[in-house]
Design a protein around this ligand. Structure first.
Ligand code: GH3
Ligand code: MG
Ligand code: MG
Ligand code: MG
Ligand code: MG
Length: 302
């Protein structure tokens, strides 16, 4: 663990440092409460534990702990385990330290074996916290990512599009939306099986990622339908960009179990006019897509 010691008495600090280093921890030191808060603000994310003396100049241990616990928002380090050290064994001191946000309290002189035991318990807490955070991160990724193509799923796509529509409204920048639908995909499934169809869907997502212009966002919004929104892009520019995507998708064949599959896509494009709802905007692109199908497929309609 990387442990920060905040202790104003040089000899206490040195003894503690030597002891923690003997237990194979990395130790950094500060000598008062003010330095503790400043150090924590800059390097807190690298620390695993704080050992904080109660009586220190500039800021007491309690004042520093309160400030550290109040750091929030993106500041994920503010949860860090904190042990207070103090010469006082009064119940009131113990209570106010824990109440202020400390996790444990040890009285001086420090019993080294007891400190080692407390560190073990804190490590367990830190480990549990890490696992919770990573489980949470994977859950979030699962709920926004399409399992087959790894593109944003419909929910994530719509959420990101909402944010982009709000920006467009606020700054008056252009924004366009497109819907891609594979032509006669049923036939591909019928000929190569559902698995063959899945391989094609995955390869389409790969091509989108490979050929993507900076800023463009793709999502899988239906079985064989993909959404695209193009920030800072007018209707005419979006048409041109989608023509390019359409050609790049059908130019090279798709391979599945040493068979080569040809496909084309139809695309509907619509620009955002800063007044319609998201539903209406996507519907507009859907209607253009319907026309593209009606006019013979393998084309982009604006
Ligand atoms: P068109 O769009 O050109 O009118 O014809 P289509 O054959 O593509 O027609 P439609 O959009 O009605 O059919 C889409 C097919 O996509 C039907 C469905 O079985 C298939 N499909 C949907 N989701 C998946 C999927 O995840 N994997 C596979 N393999 N097929 C899927
Ligand atoms: Mg002191
Ligand atoms: Mg479809
Ligand atoms: Mg269809
Ligand atoms: Mg289709």
């Amino acid at each position: 663990m990387k442990i920060l010691i905040a202790e104003d008495a040089p000899s206490d600090r040195l003894l503690l440092k030597l002891h923690l280093e003997k237990l194979c921890h990395d130790v950094v030191e500060v000598s008062n409460g003010e330095e503790l808060v400043e150090y924590f603000k800059s390097y807190g994310v690298d620390l695993d534990l704080l050992v904080v003396d109660l009586n220190m100049p500039y800021k007491t241990g309690v004042e520093a702990v309160v400030e550290i616990r109040e750091l929030q928002g993106n500041y994920d380090a503010s949860w860090i385990p904190i042990i207070i050290l103090s010469g006082s064994d009064s119940d009131d001191d113990i209570f106010r330290c824990i109440e202020a946000g400390a996790d444990d309290y040890l009285t001086k002189p420090i019993q080294h074996k007891v400190l080692a035991a407390k560190l073990l318990a804190m490590m367990r807490l830190a480990d549990m916290r890490k696992r919770l955070v990573s489980a949470n991160t994977s859950l979030e990724a699962l709920s926004t990512t399409d399992y087959l193509t790894s593109l944003p799923n419909r929910r994530a796509f719509e959420k990101d599009l909402s944010a982009e529509m709000a920006k467009s409204l606020r700054y008056g920048q252009s924004l366009s939306v497109a819907v891609f639908d594979i032509d006669h995909f049923k036939q591909i499934n019928d000929t190569y099986g559902h698995e063959g169809g899945d391989v094609v869907l995955k390869e389409i997502a790969r091509r989108f990622n490979r050929f993507k212009r900076a800023g463009d966002v793709f999502g899988r919004i239906g079985g064989e339908e993909f959404g695209l929104f193009l920030p800072y892009t007018t209707a005419q520019e979006a048409f041109t960009a989608c023509e390019r995507y359409r050609m790049l998708l059908s130019e090279d064949k798709y391979s599945y179990e040493s068979q080569l599959i040809n496909l084309t896509v139809s695309v509907g494009v619509c620009a955002y006019h800063n007044e319609e709802t998201q539903l209406e905007l996507i519907k507009c692109a859907d209607q253009a897509l319907y026309q593209a199908k009606h006019q013979g497929r393998d084309r982009v309609v604006l």
